[in-house]
Design a protein around this ligand. Structure first.
Ligand SMILES: NC(=O)c1ccc[n+]([C@@H]2O[C@H](COP(=O)([O-])OP(=O)(O)OC[C@H]3O[C@@H](n4cnc5c(N)ncnc54)[C@H](O)[C@@H]3O)[C@@H](O)[C@H]2O)c1
Length: 369
């Protein structure tokens, strides 16, 4: 199989992760171009990762005939336009989570890729996270009997870039940022069943001076099978990233802690150079993870997407997956706004961004569910 040639849009946090994953599967992919508007950033990124071409305008990357697959790591509000432009340029697309801001955008992205005959892939790495894949294999083999409850939580001290805190650019707070992983995870783990209803409790507990978005949320997803998914999302947990799952069936259960469970419990009075994700310091007790990209599943995800581009595998995370998540995100915000469970399908019209369904009256209503 010839290497799939990737162009990355964006050059910071997730772009570094994509470039790192590409280096882990060098027989499958090659990053050949990067685009990012801030002067010097794309060029620095290209130098750092050995990427041949850098530009400040992503449209230039789309004109690059060498690029087959465009990997979008730009802020959420740009995902839809970039995807549609990439599809029209005849490129396959990988879009980072969440797929976009609105359900109309999701539908337009899917339609544009379908019309252009290109793939729209949704980068949900939890479908590839080795520990979680193992838990799913065990569940599918019946190790836990009938699984009736799946929990996923992602918690840290808050995002690294200002745009995440600006709901106009992100579409919402911790649920848009982190909850989208858990929603996708529970749905995937249970075999992608029909979703019946969503209930969510959201609040801005700590960061009212920084964001109009929710920084703490619990979201309950009811599946048509009767099983329940529970997603905990928080921007209020200092001390490093926490990503974990719990699975319960009538014959057993399993627990997996993705990061701290794959770490070296470490104490250092002086600190060390290796950054621990979302930890403010490396002094004192920390949990540095080994083989971090592999433990997350990023190289495995990339290998799968490359094989999908070559027609050798069928996507397990595509635009439709992103749309399922987007609809649950809508329902979660509406549920928190209305204080009741929201039935699916749910596609209210005229929604500018998901968080508008929770906060329709501005900052003074910023609390509670
Ligand atoms: N899968 C995951 O676990 C994961 C982790 C982090 C972020 N993400 C997602 O990836 C996306 C990027 O997040 P991030 O953490 O890398 O953010 P970031 O702020 O670190 O980087 C965003 C990048 O987008 C670039 N950008 C902004 N406007 C642009 C434009 N018009 N054209 C091209 N590039 C532009 C910025 O210059 C920057 O390089 C978000 O959608 C985020 O939700 C996914």
């Amino acid at each position: 199989m010839s290497k799939v040639r990737i162009g990355i849009i964006g050059s910071r946090f997730q772009a570094d992760c994509v470039a790192g994953a590409a280096k882990a599967v060098p027989d499958e992919v090659e990053v050949v171009a990067v685009a990012s508007p801030t002067k010097g950033h794309a060029a620095d990124f290209a130098k750092r990762h050995g990427v041949a071409r850098a530009s400040t305008d992503y449209r230039e990357l789309l004109r690059d005939r060498d690029v087959e697959l465009v990997w979008i790591t730009a802020p959420n509000r740009l995902h839809a336009q970039m995807t549609i432009d990439a599809a029209e340029a005849g490129k396959h697309v990988v879009c980072e989570k969440p797929l976009c801001m609105t359900l109309e955008e999701a539908d337009a992205m899917i339609a544009a890729c379908h019309k252009a005959g290109v793939l729209l892939l949704y980068a949900e790495e939890l479908f590839f996270t080795p520990k979680y894949v193992k838990a799913k294999q065990m569940a599918d083999e019946g190790a836990f009997g009938r699984v009736h409850l799946v929990k996923q939580g992602e918690k840290h001290s808050g995002p690294h870039s200002p745009w995440f805190w600006d709901v106009e650019q992100s579409g919402g707070g911790a649920v848009m940022d982190l909850g989208c992983h858990g929603i996708a995870f529970c749905w995937w783990f249970l075999g992608k069943p029909k979703i019946k209803s969503v209930y969510s409790q959201m609040a801005t507990q700590v960061h009212r001076d920084r964001t109009q978005g929710e920084d703490e949320a619990l979201t309950i997803i009811e599946f048509a099978t009767g099983a329940i998914g529970m997603v905990e999302s928080s921007w209020n947990r200092p001390g490093g990233m926490d990503d974990s799952i719990e699975v319960f069936g009538d014959k057993g259960q399993t627990y997996a802690d993705l990061l701290m469970g794959n770490a070296l419990p470490t104490y250092s009075e002086v600190g060390f150079g290796y950054a621990v994700e979302k930890a403010a310091t490396t002094k004192g007790w920390t949990y540095p993870v080994f083989e971090e990209h592999w433990n997350y599943g990023f190289p495995q995800e990339m290998r799968h997407f490359a094989r999908c581009v070559r027609g050798n595998e069928t996507p397990i995370a595509d635009g439709e997956t992103g749309r399922v998540v987007q609809e649950v995100l809508y329902a979660a915000y509406a549920s928190a706004g209305e204080g009741r469970k929201v039935m699916l399908p749910f596609k209210p019209k005229g929604v500018g961004k998901p968080i508008d369904l929770w906060k329709q009256e501005g900052p003074s209503t910023r609390s509670g569910g």
